[in-house]
Design a protein around this ligand. Structure first.
Ligand code: CP
Ligand code: NVA
Length: 306
């Protein structure tokens, strides 16, 4: 895995994804036992963020520091990129300074271009299309809740967006059941669903949140309006109104069903305050796991198995 780019799950095997989960679980346990490792000592990692972030930015920054490495945080605005320097030049220059590059970008194509010209691993910290680090953290959380990644059912309620897309990619590798409930016109890309199914993934796209929630072990949601879609807010609030995680929907799921949300949440929109604060919610342990999974990702991509 050393040297690979993590842009999505496409070029990763199931075994590699399991290795990231396993390594992150060990790193978490060691950290909690006060035995943190310094596997990134002497390494620097650039963090380029073109969009807002709380969890991803801070978990990478703190995670790198805890592993003894040096995070170099850069907003898209500060770089010469903003003034028109080509991505291919930026990627080749930064590669000569740092040991990995983490990017949150508006356009997925830009991250692909960055990786094409980077000689160090590039990690997708969210694009308009995918959010792989989020779903790796979520899988860790679901595993900690006692589920076998081939045996649970997750219902994704809401927009067929970047987070939903990474769930679909993950379903191509594991055999969990994924039901995406979204309004017509907001489906995830058909090609992505077809590819996951061709890989053996159990993915359904339905219109009814209740149908998706039936037999679900996990109810998952994300905002109705993603970053960059602010102009569509009024229309989206209208269309997505029935696609809310609330106590009624939770009752349609399997007893003991857990609630996840990648955050930030808009209480009263895609999720109620009761649902996020209630007993079924794993939202904050889920957010914590972003820290542990970022460490596992970087350790494996930068330093490899050793
Ligand atoms: N879930 C997530 O990626 O949150 P941030 O936008 O705060 O990084
Ligand atoms: N779909 C959301 C996820 C935020 C973590 C967005 O792209 O804004």
């Amino acid at each position: 895995m050393k040297g690979k780019h993590l842009l999505g799950f496409d070029y990763f095997s199931r075994g590699e994804l399991e290795t990231i989960l396993d390594r992150s679980a060990v790193i978490k346990a060691e950290w909690q036992a006060g035995r943190g490792r310094h596997s990134l000592a002497g390494k620097s990692v650039a963090l380029i963020f073109e969009k807002s972030s709380t969890r991803t930015r801070v978990s990478f920054d703190v995670g790198i520091t805890q592993l003894g490495g040096h995070p170099v945080f850069l907003t898209g605005n500060e770089l010469q990129l903003k003034r028109g320097e080509p991505i291919k030049d930026t990627a080749r220059v930064l590669s000569r300074y740092v040991d990995a590059i983490v990017i949150r970008a508006n356009r997925h194509e830009d991250v692909i271009e960055f990786a094409r010209f980077s000689s160090v691993p590039v990690v997708n910290a969210l694009t308009d299309q995918l959010h792989p680090c989020q779903i790796l953290g979520d899988l860790l959380t679901i595993r900690e809740a006692g589920h076998d990644l081939d045996r649970f059912k997750v219902a994704f309620i809401g927009d067929g967006n970047n987070v939903a897309n990474s769930w679909i990619e993950a379903a191509g590798h594991f055999r969990f059941e994924l039901a995406v409930a979204c309004p017509e016109g907001y489906d995830p890309p058909a090609g992505l669903v077809e590819r996951a199914r061709a890989q053996g993934g159990r993915v359904a796209v339905v219109r009814s949140p209740e149908a998706a929630a039936a037999e679900a072990d996990v109810l998952y949601t994300d905002v109705w309006v993603s970053m960059g879609q602010e102009e569509e807010t009024a229309e989206r609030k209208r269309v997505f109104a029935p696609f809310q995680i609330n106590d009624l929907l939770l009752r349609a799921a399997r007893p003991g069903c857990k609630i996840l949300h990648c955050l930030p949440a808009h209480r009263g929109e895609e999720i109620t305050d009761e649902a996020i604060e209630g007993e079924a919610s794993l939202v904050f342990p889920q957010a914590e796991n972003r820290l542990h999974i970022q460490k596992g990702i970087l350790e494996l991509l930068i330093s490899g198995e050793g």
